[in-house]
Design a protein around this ligand. Structure first.
Ligand code: R5P
Length: 340
């Protein structure tokens, strides 16, 4: 039994598709990497097993949440299994946090899925660590999530990449909302910046207008965005820059989702396209494990914020006797303050 005030070193577990990220994170913190087995039954239902011993361990489940509808249930099952097997606490490391963009009812009758998704995560995990969630209408994750959350920012890493790889950059944000961090990137590397204006008419229908950028002609444009989802924002911006005499831009994004063929359509319009490894993609060059590891280490040092105390490990023979019905559901959240 760990002594009071001391939380055991985290055990890192990866959901499918997150193995490389989890390995990097484990290496960055010199933590143990455990295993989760998953497969689908013939009827499509998910099977999850945690062969690693999680009893009295602090478990960090690594699962980026791009395309969440494909793997969300098995993530919940893995968290519930870890809890039932005696994990002392369970942190979700989600480098990309899904469902942040449906943050209001744009049309009558729409589901505000950012709230529903936050409720599901908050009822399953003890803590969430994520990178640059799409906080445009919510001031912070605590407006949505009822568990402690750590919001990390990749802008300094993007800035450092630009400083090394691009000479004479002009940092460009595609819309007004991006100004806060585009300006921070530009300040960090001593470069000028500009912000475009964007009107979104639909999921794949985006209008981007460029101001007069002639004052910076001759500089290398670098388009910086938090998310490339349908890719249309970046495609429209990249299409227009040469019309003002600029070279094909470089693109640096935190979350390179690049749905459908958007990457193939963007590529010929650009010189280089890079992303962080928040979402696994061919464009990944900026590793986030060094950003996340200190945050996870910090949570390991404080136990006072742990609010949902776990029931003792379930005896294995009871599980076998009673079958799957004996697995407890997640506790309801008992802490509503939020913390960032
Ligand atoms: C918008 O506010 C964001 O910063 C991104 O520009 C946007 O989410 C990108 O979406 P898409 O790739 O679908 O145009």
């Amino acid at each position: 039994m760990p002594s009071p005030g001391h939380r055991p070193e985290p055990l890192i577990l990866a959901l499918p598709g997150n193995e490389a990220f989890a390995r990097n994170l484990a290496n960055a913190g010199a933590w143990e990497l455990g295993t989760v087995e998953t497969r689908n039954f013939p009827d499509g239902e998910s099977y999850v097993r945690i062969p690693s011993d999680v009893a009295e361990r602090s478990v960090a489940l690594v699962c980026t949440l791009a395309r969440p509808d494909e793997g969300f249930l098995r993530l919940v099952y893995a968290a519930d299994a870890a809890r039932a097997l005696g994990a002392s606490d369970i942190t979700l490391i989600a480098p990309y946090l899904a469902y942040m963009r449906q943050d209001r009812r744009f049309l009558a009758g729409e589901a505000v899925t950012s709230r529903s998704f936050a409720r599901l995560i908050s009822s399953t995990f003890d803590r969430l660590i994520t990178v640059d969630p799409h906080l445009h209408r919510y001031a912070s994750l605590s407006a949505l999530y009822t568990i402690p959350t750590n919001t990390l920012h990749a802008a300094p890493l993007l800035a450092d990449w630009i400083a090394v790889e691009v000479s004479r950059p002009l940092v460009i944000g595609p819309d007004a909302e991006s100004e806060q961090w585009v300006s921070a990137i530009a300040a960090r590397i001593g470069a000028p910046y500009a912000v475009l204006s964007k009107i979104r008419h639909g999921d794949r229908d985006v209008e981007v207008a460029l101001p007069d950028l002639s004052a910076w002609s001759g500089l290398q444009p670098v388009l910086v965005d938090d998310i490339a989802s349908s890719g249309h924002t970046l495609i429209e911006a990249a299409r227009q820059l040469p019309q003002q005499g600029f070279a094909p831009p470089d693109v640096a994004v935190v979350h390179g989702i690049f749905a459908g063929d958007s990457f193939e359509r963007l590529k010929p319009l650009c010189r280089m396209i890079v992303s962080s490894d928040a979402v696994s993609h061919a464009s990944n060059v900026i590793a986030l494990a060094p950003l996340i590891a200190p945050s996870l280490a910090a949570t390991a040092e404080s136990v006072s914020d742990l609010i949902r105390h776990r029931r003792p490990p379930e005896p294995l023979d009871d599980v076998e006797r009673a079958g799957i019905d004996s697995f407890p559901a997640s506790d309801p959240p008992s802490w509503t303050g939020g913390r960032e």
